[in-house]
Design a protein around this ligand. Sequence first.
Ligand code: CA
Length: 241
Amino acid sequence: MLNRPRILVVEDESGIADTIQYVLATDGFAPVLCATAEQALREFEAQPPALAILDVGLPDLNGFELFKRLQALPGGAHVPMLFLTARSDEIDRVVGLELGADDYIAKPFSPRELVARVRVILRRSGRPPAPPTPAAASAPPKPFALDEERRQIRYYGRALDLSRYEYGILRLLVLKPGRVYTRDELLNKVWDDDSASFDRTVDAHIKTLRAKLKAVAPQLEPIRTLRGSGYALSEELPPAP
Ligand code: CA
């Protein structure tokens, strides 16, 4: 959370507020939600944000009045503010305030558009842009993503529809790419009761598993067969299919 630009979001409609909070947070900002002007004034006084997004239609004060009060607070004159407006007469008033061309967004707006606008305004006002999100900055995406809680495996972003044993086999392989598992090992680790199971049961599940993987990336063969020894997950899968 270090150095994330703090964005005050004053919006009483929780659906819109949640959306704005979500897109800002995923884009590397630190949004602070306020449902009333009173709350916004308190938050602003505690610490002026890098930017404030103000809904014009608030339950206690209208956005224009709030804007004036925020501007009068210490540091308030330097904080860029962006209005959210639903009506054209409100847009006229915003333009009349002569704050600049980027000072309002008309509802309904796209969340992406809002974030893009926030970035432009912060750049223009000389604020450092938000650091890249941890997800974007981390290692390249892996072909397989294992979600043990949901007992689900994603392959190049696609959730695989796996049977219990297919999941069990693939889970083992994904946890240690390159590690060779014999049929016996797979039987012991994946099947609770192997009395009724034979080698070819493993083979049959590997076969259906491969067909499901092929459906996502036809040109790749992620499960290697090692003759006489067993199966392993390929370590040479590309980051994208
Ligand atoms: Ca409103």
